[in-house]
Ligand binder design. Structure first.
Ligand SMILES: Nc1ncnc2c1ncn2[C@@H]1O[C@H](COP(=O)(O)OP(=O)(O)O)[C@@H](O)[C@H]1O
Ligand SMILES: [Mg+2]
Length: 510
């Protein structure tokens, strides 16, 4: 049994009268409830607007119970242990008499062995019912469930004989991983499609299933599978942060778990724009060999896709089902800037949804490592910074002289130049106050100059483009000063001033 299935089992046995289950997977959920009702020796009756109340598995229509109120009356009259599954009942929760009837039932059913289970992809519980209804998020299928599905498919395939089967244990494991995050039906379709493409099931299908999953997840509009070539070698400086990350490279492995290590929860990277926050987030994915999911929190609140509650729940559910995964929230302050003020305007919906996220950050048990970045700390809600949300808050400052040398080296190499042919020391000295992004731009614009002159790049070209640049940190020096002051008491520097400063955890708590 999965976690949410265990939860439902317990709720029913504890005689919670009404349970609201949020899921798209009506079929898989119904068959779970069928197993559960047999275990608990209860009848399972299923209602939908088209067929009325029926015994589970029976077809046909019962006209007399198609009406939602009639169905509830029918459930009330039933004696003996039973579970009533109401499919897509949410539209009728806007009917006052239905709501009233549910409230009556909720107190009457407490003394019986009957439970109403409302299942729907849309979670809408009217406030009058909030105290009477237990809400459960039905999890997406876990490794075990997807593994079983794959086994069934493999069995069917091998009995046919027309399809080439090349799926040893390690390929199977990868196929299962590739399908995590999908619903049961989506996974089944993805496997079937992968097989049909070449009449074979083998290692090649891992990528096919994965790309199908990427598409499905992208369609949600909120999460995006992010593929990146950046590795930790393309991040210059930030030794403290890199050491922290490198130390945890194996933290999500079985071995680390057996050793008794807790899984890291997440980090917040705050600091000057263009200094490698987003770059580091991308690099961690390759360093740890864990997929990267970009989470567009702004879209959760935008109202473009679905309600914000739905969106947040779905995103969390998807991330958890794919875990271990890195959930990257870029420029979190931008997406949350409306949250505080909107608590006055729209009855606090955004604040509540953001609260869900914070609570999840604090309490999550699935190995979802959150990397949030922020440029503008003024817009960060204070509750995000409280202890327990992140393992560490790192401050990313402008690169120092040595770091600038490293960053020049990285970007010259990226542009197919040999760093030893350049006076890196002089370039770094000339580019005080430059961010990593500005150093990169200086190299690129120098390359253009050399290209136009039809000769190779020289130190002088880069120096010239450095002189032509006024770094952002100079024009916005107040902002940088503010940021540093703020960081002083709240963060750990990403660049070590002394060795081991991160380990000392020099931080104030709120
Ligand atoms: N520390 C760094 N080392 C190497 N390149 C850097 C560094 N910081 C910034 N860059 C370059 O600038 C680009 C933009 O940096 P980014 O990480 O997006 O900045 P931000 O901190 O605003 O998220 C990077 O893709 C990279 O090419
Ligand atoms: Mg960024």
């Amino acid at each position: 049994m999965e976690k949410s299935e265990r939860e439902i089992d317990i709720l029913i046995r504890a005689r919670y009268p009404i349970i609201f289950v949020a899921t798209y997977e009506e079929e898989r959920f119904s068959s779970f409830l069928d197993r559960l009702s047999k275990q608990q020796n209860k009848r399972l009756l299923v209602w939908s607007i088209t067929s009325g109340m029926q015994k589970y598995g029976e077809t046909g229509v019962d006209e007399s119970t198609r009406d939602p109120l009639a169905a509830l009356n029918c459930a009330e009259k039933e004696t003996g242990p039973a579970i009533f599954l109401f499919k897509d009942f949410h539209p009728y929760l806007s009917d006052p008499s239905v709501v009233r009837k549910l409230r009556d039932l909720s107190s009457n059913l407490k003394s019986t062995y009957e439970t109403l289970v409302l299942v729907s992809p849309v979670l809408t519980v009217p406030p009058e019912l909030e105290k009477d209804v237990a809400i459960v998020d039905y999890q997406l299928p876990d490794r075990e469930a997807i593994g079983k599905l794959l086994d069934t498919i493999i069995k069917a395939v091998s009995s046919r004989g027309t399809i080439k089967l090349d799926a040893p244990a390690e390929v199977k494991e990868k196929l299962v991983d590739a399908a995590l995050g999908l619903t049961f039906n989506e996974a089944e379709n993805a496997f079937a499609r992968a097989i049909i493409t070449d009449n074979a099931l083998g290692p090649k299908d891992v990528d096919r299933v994965l790309s199908e999953k990427k598409q499905i997840i992208r369609k949600s509009g909120i999460l995006d599978y992010f593929h990146t070539e950046e590795d930790i070698g393309s991040v210059g400086g930030l030794d403290n942060l890199k050491a922290w990350l490198e130390k945890r490279a194996l933290a999500f492995t079985r071995k680390a778990k057996d050793f008794g290590l807790p899984e890291p929860k997440g980090i917040l990277l705050a600091g000057v724009q263009g200094c490698g926050k987003s770059l580091t987030a991308k690099a961690v994915s390759n360093l740890w060999q864990i997929p990267l999911l970009r989470f567009d929190v702004g879209r959760v609140f935008s109202g473009v896709v679905g309600s914000s509650e739905e969106n947040m729940r779905k995103a969390i559910k998807t991330a958890e089902s794919i875990a271990p995964v890195i959930l990257w929230v870029d420029e979190i302050e931008k997406s949350l800037s409306g949250v505080q003020s909107s608590s006055f305007s729209d009855a606090g919906t955004s604040a509540r949804v953001f609260g869900t996220f914070i609570t999840w950050l604090q309490e999550k048990t699935a190995p979802v490592f959150v990397i949030a970045t922020a440029n503008n700390i003024d817009l960060l809600p204070p509750e995000l910074l409280r202890k327990g949300r992140f393992d560490e808050i790192f401050f990313i400052d402008l690169p120092n002289q040595n770091e600038r040398i490293e960053i020049f080296r990285i970007h010259l190499m990226k542009r197919k130049r040999k760093p030893e042919n350049f006076d890196l020391e002089a370039l770094a000295s000339a580019s005080g106050n430059f961010s990593g992004a500005e150093i990169e731009q200086a190299v690129i614009s120098a390359l253009f100059d050399a290209f136009v002159d039809n000769r190779d790049l020289l130190t002088g070209d880069v120096e010239k483009s450095i002189r032509a640049t006024v770094p952002l940190a100079t024009t916005m020096s107040d902002k940088v000063r503010n940021l540093r002051q703020w960081a002083e008491t709240r963060t750990v520097p990403a660049t070590a001033r002394r060795i081991g400063i991160a380990e000392q955890g020099r931080k104030l708590e709120f």
